[in-house]
Design a protein around this ligand. Structure first.
Ligand SMILES: [Zn+2]
Length: 41
């Protein structure tokens, strides 16, 4: 059962869709690079 939701990236602000059970649901970054950049800052 795939469950997708829309999130706004916490780093670049881009709206993206991600699996609700994935890391995006907790971290809210559109990509591993944005996640890295967001956390580094
Ligand atoms: Zn992003």
């Amino acid at each position: 059962m795939a469950a997708f939701a829309s999130y706004d990236c916490a780093n670049c602000g881009k709206t993206f869709r991600a699996h609700t059970a994935g890391n995006a649901a907790a971290n809210a970054y559109c990509s591993p690079q944005c996640e890295s950049d967001g956390k580094e800052l």
